[in-house]
Design a protein around this ligand. Structure first.
Ligand code: MTE
Length: 341
């Protein structure tokens, strides 16, 4: 049984060098060495030398309505689709399907990013129900296929992990606000709480100590109603594979990736700020808001730069709100984001 804690979360530079060392020792697959390996000293920032600077937001991300149901997940890399844009609205190239689906954070399975796809391969994603309730007038339970009544769009979003790596992903999904509007939030609903599946028999990481399972996350209601917040059921026009959070996950592109909770089974409208897995495990390291903010370092590493996982070791400057400031900054106008991180 793999055992680990929040201290195992490392800046990506350290993760990569650790993998190289373990690989050299022939120990890369050994989970036993992972626990307690988190860095105790602060790594160098790897700051912005030669990294591209921010440019103005060109407008909302490209949206493409999908004609029909998504095709089943398959392992092979999809054939290039001439109709799919190859970059986002900033001109950042889309990460390959192979990379998006084989470098994952999904602690319910393992902390080893390259091993998640293999360990999640047999995960049961059907049947699957999502209960939506709490402070709403019309609580509903959706079968995942029932979620498709909200329509599906392809949106290309940047995802910036708190550890310092990033990807650009063509997700298939629909705005969370459509589902929230359908259940009609009551006036005292102020936050939304999300809960991932609890299934230790299939998710070996849930047997370990260090975290309070199931994985939970939360948003303020206005954040959840922002058009960028997406419930996702597919990637690259295909059904979402287990390692990326099948059958349905959240994607909140202006926040660090840990807010984008996977394999959701419950969504509740609540009056108080909900507790979340990461904020509970290490409140000084993972705030509730967790907006991407290069001006606020993680206590153990800099957040000024990031590495696109297919771009070699080159680092680029991290953008405030991950470059989505034009669409989200107004929600935080009254907040000191150095305090409420
Ligand atoms: N959701 C659950 N249930 N469990 C997790 O471990 N990891 C988070 C987030 N959602 C996580 C999760 C983190 S830290 C990141 S960076 C993203 O998922 C990674 O998503 P990806 O593997 O699809 O790139």
């Amino acid at each position: 049984m793999e055992r680990f804690s929040w201290r195992d979360i490392t800046p990506e530079e350290v993760y990569l060098s650790r993998r190289r060392v373990l690989g050299g020792l022939g120990l890369a697959a050994s989970g036993a060495l992972v626990a307690g390996c988190g860095p105790r000293s602060r790594p160098s920032s790897g700051a912005a030398d030669g990294a591209p600077g921010p440019t103005a937001i060109a407008g909302p991300p490209p949206v493409r309505t999908l004609a029909g149901p998504l095709s089943p997940a398959v392992e092979a890399t999809p054939e290039p689709d001439p109709n799919r844009p190859t970059s986002d609205e900033r001109g950042d190239g889309v990460t390959s399907y192979d990379a998006i689906t084989h470098y994952n954070n999904f602690y319910e399975f393992t902390t080893q990013k390259e091993a998640v796809a293999r360990l999640a391969a047999g995960f049961t994603t059907s049947p699957w129900e999502v209960q939506v309730g709490g402070l709403v007038h019309k609580p509903m339970t959706f079968d995942v296929d029932g979620l498709h009544r909200f329509g599906l769009e392809e949106r290309i979003y940047r995802l910036r992990c708190v550890e310092g790596w990033s990807i650009v992903v063509p997700w298939d999904g629909f705005p969370l606000r459509k589902l929230l509007s359908a259940v009609e939030p009551k006036s005292d609903a102020k936050f939304v709480r999300f809960e991932s599946v609890l299934r230790p028999a299939e998710m070996q990481g849930q047997g370990g100590v260090g975290f309070t399972w199931p994985y939970t996350e939360g948003l303020r209601l206005d954040e959840a109603m922002n058009d960028l917040a997406l419930l996702v059921t597919g990637v690259y026009g295909r059904t979402l594979p287990p390692q990326n959070g099948a059958p349905v996950r959240l994607v909140v592109p202006w926040k660090y990736g840990f807010k984008s909770i996977k394999s959701i089974v419950r969504i509740d409208l609540v009056a108080e700020k909900p507790t979340t897995l990461w904020n509970t495990a290490a409140p000084d390291e993972y705030g509730f808001f967790a907006n991407v903010n290069p001006a606020v370092d993680h206590p153990r590493w800099s957040q000024q730069t990031e590495r696109r996982i297919e771009g070699g070791l080159a680092r680029r400057r991290t953008l405030a709100f991950n470059g989505y400031d034009g669409q989200v900054a107004s929600m935080y106008a009254e907040m000191d984001l150095k305090v409420y991180y």
